[in-house]
Design a protein around this ligand. Sequence first.
Ligand code: SF4
Length: 377
Amino acid sequence: MSIVNSATQIYPSMSPANDPWDPIHSLRMHGRHMLTSVEMTITNLCNMRCEHCAVGDSLVMKEPEQIPLELMLRRLDEVEHLRTISITGGEPTFRKQTVEDKIIPLLRYASERGIKTQINSNLTLDYERYEQLLPYLDVMHISFNYTGPEDFHEVGFARSGHPVRREVSDRMYHAMIENTQRLSAAGMFISAETMINYRTHEKLPEIHKLILDMGCQRHEVHPMYAADFAEGLPVLSLEDMRKGIHSLLDARDPKVWMLFGTLPFFACSNVMEDLELVRRLRKEPMVTVRNDPDGRNRVNVNMFTGDVFVTDFAAIPSFGNVMGEKLDDIFNKWIDTHPLNQTVNCHCDAAACCGPNLLVSDMYYKQTDFKSRQAII
Ligand code: SF4
């Protein structure tokens, strides 16, 4: 296979001033949305069954063959402006063979091309599995929505279908903490994500403190939206969400990067409290608000079927397949012609905003035509 794009490219290093996953950079650079990020769902196996799991409905006990790695590498290589890849699951490291045969070659390819990499993991398995990733990985992304082992037990096995003993879950909780501490100490950039939901919105400062104690370099905060497994969970009011964010901003360590994503608050809002929060987020040191990559600069590839989706939630049917098409072509088809994209693809450059996520718009703004609005701050 010839790798045409394999020369290392020089990009600024990752920092609050440069988040390579944010679609605003490529939009500004090219004047239109470009595919710069590819996420691959590499397994549907997992040792947990979290209440909020983005892909819960797809989790299985045994899985089929994957598409050939060579094909995936070729498809990545054809993406002209690729800047980041993400590997997700399930638990991507669930099988050692997946780590060795798939994850490491993908990370190695990315690192040779100067592309930033992320893995979404629960970090509850043995340390050696994660240690192997140290030389290649830019961001280890974990979920952390807990104030202790009780929360972990309740949230992490909510969908297991059979009771999971506390001793088992406590062991996993402590393994996750120890792995996070050891990997952080060894130089891995660990970004812990907390979802704002009905369970966490009043405990965010406490959760933040535990994340810092584990040595994480970034705290990511995203509201939880109703999709897949999470569909039946209570919806948090925008008022409670705002309060939760303010409480976190009041209590956080301002030296640690805090990244908010998929927020339902926009600079074009006619609600004063929303505008106040947007302003505060803009002014706070070491705080960034990432525009939603899904369908803006990123697609998700299912490594079993080759199907391409706009997100790993898969609520929107696949709109292409890597077996027969290039990723840039599939992405351009979505951007230029897909009716769903046409509903949310607004852009107010002064507010560094490129519109709401599809789930956000569906959950809180069904009647709002964002394309007729404009940032007012
Ligand atoms: S880009 Fe869209 S959502 Fe963002 S401020 Fe402008 S109109 Fe509102």
